[in-house]
Design a protein. Structure first.
Length: 276
């Protein structure tokens, strides 16, 4: 059975839409008949995604800007609304990750990661959200991470930014909910995108990341996109200020060695240690 998301005719802007999760959200929305603005600092990648969307028969435009600039964001969103009409939805998927031990983390890296992941998310939400609030309708999905909930060695800036995105989401949900705009956050675990493939050795992905995931694999970007589409749709009409984890169960517990079968507990269980 296919749920009717009724997103046809909606207009959605996606930051980070040139690659990975954002790109997959764009293609999924295009298949539902939405019009899409691909907002990304990678103009070539954004243009490629727009061409793929056009091949699906949907409308799409490139909005090339750096989410760290509030003035460029404002100007780009104004131009998008001129081209496509009022925005109904926003997905903030632009993000970077520059792993480094906290002791050596350069101020420039800290500023860049906080600037893109947290400040950039705010500026996009603010520019799109103030228009949605004025019209009394809209839905926003921000992209957090499992790192919104916990630390990850070598990612002080990334974890701080993703925890911040959840705080920001909750604030906006409270400020804008009664004015017709819902704001929710998705927390993916490791997802098979260029960000992961670029930055993390294959044997770490297969031996550590998959091993600590109860569903025993990476997420596919389409599995994150489908939850984004749900949150944009009226099926989620009473969901506001939520953090929805799309993490295969990573955040469900501790000691998830062996695909969630907590190695030592299973061993002790098998030895009858827990029996009365
Ligand atoms: N891939 C994962 O495992 C994973 C897990 C949890 C959360 N996330 C989050 O999901 C989001 C998307 O990640 P992804 O894996 O698809 O990454 P990705 O690298 O494939 O795509 C990120 C996109 O953001 C764009 N971008 C980067 N800086 C920008 C800027 N300053 N202005 C505008 N655009 C900019 C890039 O050009 C790129 O197209 C990020 O926020 C990331 O932190 C990813």
């Amino acid at each position: 059975m296919r749920a009717n998301l009724e997103l046809s005719g909606r207009t959605v802007l996606i930051t980070g839409g040139a690659s990975g999760i954002g790109r997959e959200c764009a293609l999924a929305l295009a298949r539902e008949g939405a019009a899409i603005a691909i907002a990304d600092s990678n103009e070539r990648g954004a243009t490629e995604t727009v061409c793929e969307i056009a091949a699906l028969g949907a409308r799409a435009v490139v909005a090339s800007f750096d989410v760290r600039s509030p003035t460029d964001t404002e100007a780009a969103i104004e131009a998008v609304e001129r081209d496509l009409g009022p925005l109904d939805g926003l997905i903030t998927a632009a993000g970077i990750s520059r792993p480094a031990p906290a002791t050596d983390l350069a101020a420039e890296s800290w500023e860049a990661v906080i600037g893109v992941n947290l400040s950039g998310t705010f500026y996009s939400c603010q520019a799109a959200g103030r228009r949605m609030v004025a019209r009394g309708r809209g839905a926003i999905v921000t992209i957090g991470s499992v790192s919104s909930l916990g630390g990850q060695s070598g990612r002080a800036h990334y974890c701080a930014s993703k925890a911040g995105v959840v705080g920001l989401t909750r604030d906006l949900a409270i400020e804008w909910g009664s004015r017709g705009v819902r704001v929710n956050c998705i927390g993916p675990s490791a997802t098979d995108t260029p960000m992961i493939r670029r930055g993390i050795p294959e044997n770490f992905v297969s031996r550590v990341m998959e091993d600590r995931t109860p569903l025993a694999r990476l997420a596919q970007p389409s599995e994150v996109a489908s939850v984004c589409l749900f949150l944009l749709s009226d099926l989620a009409s009473f969901v506001n200020g939520a953090l929805i984890m799309v993490d295969g169960g990573v955040s469900a517990g501790f000691f998830t060695r062996g695909h969630g079968r907590d190695f030592s507990s299973q061993t002790l269980l098998a030895q009858g240690v827990y029996s009365e």
